[in-house]
Write a protein that binds this ligand. Structure first.
Ligand SMILES: [Zn+2]
Length: 99
């Protein structure tokens, strides 16, 4: 259902922002509700270290709002990613893409 929610310790998770597969051990847990200590009935999103660093440069409170607004984790990654990028671009300007 959610490819990044596997409980296996060797699982690969999917970066919320760029969609890359990354080892769970290397991923940064990202809680869109901002409370990482309440783990009950929750699934965490994951970010690769690169995206984690980049996202931290953006206004965090607003980012959380955007993620909640766009129902992060409730939709297909591709569909969410497209809307996320469009929303961020609309609010903050063009997102630089590193290749
Ligand atoms: Zn990423």
């Amino acid at each position: 259902m959610w490819p990044w929610s596997s409980r296996s310790p060797s699982a690969t998770v999917t970066c919320l922002a760029c969609g890359d597969g990354i080892p769970r051990s290397a991923a940064r847990e990202y809680d869109k509700y901002g409370n990482q200590w309440d783990r009950r009935d929750k699934e965490f999103e994951h970010l690769c270290p690169t995206c984690h660093n980049e996202l931290c440069h953006q206004p965090r409170d607003e980012l959380e709002d955007i993620l909640v607004e766009l129902h992060a984790g409730e939709e297909e990654t591709d569909a969410f990613l497209a809307r996320y990028l469009a929303t961020v671009e609309d609010r903050y300007g063009r997102v630089e893409e590193e290749s």
